[in-house]
Design a protein around this ligand. Structure first.
Ligand SMILES: Cc1cc2nc3c(=O)[nH]c(=O)nc-3n(C[C@H](O)[C@H](O)[C@H](O)COP(=O)(O)OP(=O)(O)OC[C@H]3O[C@@H](n4cnc5c(N)ncnc54)[C@H](O)[C@@H]3O)c2cc1C
Length: 435
């Protein structure tokens, strides 16, 4: 329940985009409230205790190649810890039906595969925050999927499997559904460099969880928060914005910042309606799906990474997440719709193919695809949509502003993108109010 009926700014959604925008606006002296449908802030990041382990059920890894989130980490003095399986002692790859350990002599071939796959990246994303810098190159390849690019290259089986598996994790979908241009953007953001690409993907996580950063931003920001407050509709005119919650409560504001995930944006009613292109993008949905599944195992499996394509295993990748003498935890990724319903016995068979002798004790995770407030995991655009949607999704409409990791420039699809987008949008909103 809101304390007042009128604010300078109302923020719809309290993930990283929302809380960052709220902090930056409140600190500029604008009265700001976050309306969040869940019973907690953080959105698609969710640090929780499950089965006696503290894990990140959603967004997890950050890196200093990501300037906004790393600045927040430094600003609030938050510690990070390493993920053992990202600097693996053993990488088990399933190819041609059998699991093999990556040998030191194969490392060159492995990395060369990524370099060949991404060979066009510099010409497409010479400036990965600016889609217009190499606009023609983006448009020429926009229709291509990861599968199209894989088919066009003469790769070795090791290269095909490792790139295929890695990019299925990065996109959380099959190669035919993921945009090749978008994968090149991430590679470019890490300096066209495999070790940085790998480390950015899964090496450093907050020691006290992403929740510690959400908490630090909220405390510092001092903005008002209304949890358990789903927004049903938004009306806007030159006079301002009227927001109606599911329970019928109404709030007035001079400006609104909409931060709900792309895949659920169309479930909020807007009057006048959102642009046709925004609605089309939301109804079409981004293709980031799949499941992050945690495996509690007996003993210490060591620092292990596994990799496979979804055509060969329900487990496209996993790595040791926490090591312990008695129990350890692996974080895994799967594109199977029933991944979280599979029994321990079913996953045991899958895991022991990669890690012989392993004993699985339990599995757990959060179903982000089945969650009405996310309808997907992290954002991956479909082939053929990047050029059309990139400028439109964050475009202001009247007194409505849009911030989200799902349409950030640069690190789209990441915590970094959400913070960058929230921060940038706060400046835009504040400028219109002080003009
Ligand atoms: C399993 C998983 C793993 C990931 N791993 C990583 C990773 O390792 N590193 C990384 O950088 N990123 C990762 N991501 C992506 C990252 O978590 C997201 O990009 C980022 O958190 C998105 O933030 P956001 O604020 O844009 O959206 P969200 O966090 O989704 O916030 C939007 C908020 O809007 C709320 N909402 C929705 N509808 C309404 C409504 N009608 N009224 C009010 N509120 C509403 C939602 O409840 C939510 O809290 C991962 C995501 C998932 C799901």
């Amino acid at each position: 329940m809101a304390a007042k009926t009128s604010y300078d700014v109302v923020i719809i959604g309290g993930g990283f985009a929302g809380v960052t925008a709220a902090r930056d606006l409140q600190k500029r002296g604008l009265s700001t409230i976050v309306l969040e449908a869940r019973d907690r802030l953080g959105g698609r990041t969710f640090y929780e205790e499950r089965n006696g382990f503290h894990v990140e059920l959603g967004g997890t890894w950050i890196h200093w190649t990501q300037p906004f989130v790393w600045a927040e980490k430094e600003r609030y003095g938050l510690e990070v810890q390493e993920t053992p399986g990202c600097v693996a002692e053993r990488i088990a790859i399933k190819m041609d039906g059998t699991v093999q350990d990556l040998q030191e002599a194969q490392l060159g071939e492995f990395v060369e595969g990524f370099e060949r796959f991404f060979a066009e990246s510099k010409g497409v994303w010479e400036r990965p925050y600016d889609i217009h810098h190499c606009w023609d190159a983006v448009c020429e390849r926009d229709g291509m999927s990861v599968a199209d690019r894989l088919h066009a290259l003469d790769l070795t089986p090791l290269q095909r499997t490792s790139i295929g598996g890695f990019l299925e994790i990065l996109s959380m979908n099959q190669p035919q559904n993921a945009s090749y241009v978008e994968m090149m953007r991430t590679w470019s953001l890490t300096g066209w460099n495999y070790p940085l690409f790998n480390d950015t993907a899964a090496r450093y996580k907050f020691t006290k969880g992403t929740g510690a950063l959400v908490e630090a931003i909220s405390r510092d920001g001092g903005f008002e928060v209304a949890l358990n407050t789903p927004v049903r509709s938004v009306q806007h005119s030159s006079d301002g914005v009227r927001v109606t919650t599911e329970s019928g409560e109404q709030l007035m504001a001079q400006r609104a910042v909409v931060t709900v995930p792309l895949n659920v944006l169309h479930s909020v009613e807007f009057e006048p309606p959102l642009s046709e292109l925004k609605l089309e993008a939301s109804k079409l949905k981004h293709v980031g799906g799949g499941c992050k599944v945690f495996f509690e195992v007996e003993g210490d499996p060591g620092a292990v990474m596994t990799l496979s394509r979804s055509t060969d295993s329900p487990l496209i990748g996993s790595f040791t997440y926490k090591r312990g003498e008695k129990h350890s935890v692996l974080a895994g990724f799967s594109l199977e719709p029933d991944a979280l319903e599979k029994s321990v016995a079913e996953w045991q068979l899958v895991l022991e193919e990669f890690i012989p002798g392993i004993k699985l004790l339990s599995t757990f995770g959060h179903d982000w695809g089945g969650d009405d407030l996310s309808r997907g995991s992290w954002c991956t655009y479909r082939p053929g949509t990047v050029a059309r949607f990139t400028d439109e999704l964050p475009r202001q409409e009247g007194h409505l502003f849009f911030a989200s990791g799902d349409h950030a420039q640069g690190w789209r699809g990441f915590i970094e993108g959400a913070i960058a987008s929230g921060s940038r949008t706060a400046v835009q909103v504040a400028e219109t109010l002080s003009a």
